[in-house]
Design a protein around this ligand. Sequence first.
Ligand code: NAG
Ligand code: NAG
Length: 169
Amino acid sequence: MATSNTLFAFIILILTTIVFVHADTNATITATLSSNTVFCTFLPPTPGEYIADSELTGIAFCTASTPGVVNVIPDGFVISANFAGDPSTYVQITGKMNPDAYQLHHDDEGGQYDSNGSPPDASCSGYEYFVNLVEPNDGNYCIRCCHNKKDCPTNESTEGCETVIPGIY
Ligand SMILES: *[C@@H]1O[C@H](CO)[C@@H](O)[C@H](O)[C@H]1NC(C)=O
Ligand SMILES: *[C@@H]1O[C@H](CO)[C@@H](O)[C@H](O)[C@H]1NC(C)=O
């Protein structure tokens, strides 16, 4: 009896693990960031939405050369993409984008996606934390993926890309 209970508990543990691992790898809400040609940024699921309104519903859009890409970044959206960092600490892409390529509003002051549940279960592949801002009004976008929470500050979204993720814009 003890043995079959133990076996039962073990099977439940395995099944739970499978469910969790599966939930962790939803490609639609997983960013990849490894170079200035292989990267993703979150955006609203439909064109023309305000960024802040999509913080719980955003999905990852990636360059066409990103392995396993589900949604390709809209044509003409990326004006520049500057890769920096080191995979042992954090990596980032900073740059300019064209809001018109996804019908974003020129008066949209932007918003932030991050690994604190914006959107729920969103992640950056290979890193525990990420922070991602998109600012149509000044044409900046930025994403950083980090092993340490302190490198991916999520408490200063209103400061904008240039403060949260210093880099080339
Ligand atoms: C993956 O995320 C998308 C976007 O949030 C969602 O629509 C879809 O149901 C999710 N898939 C799974 C298997 O959880
Ligand atoms: C955000 O948190 C970091 C680390 O705790 C801190 O250094 C920084 O001043 C905070 N920023 C704001 C705008 O509160």
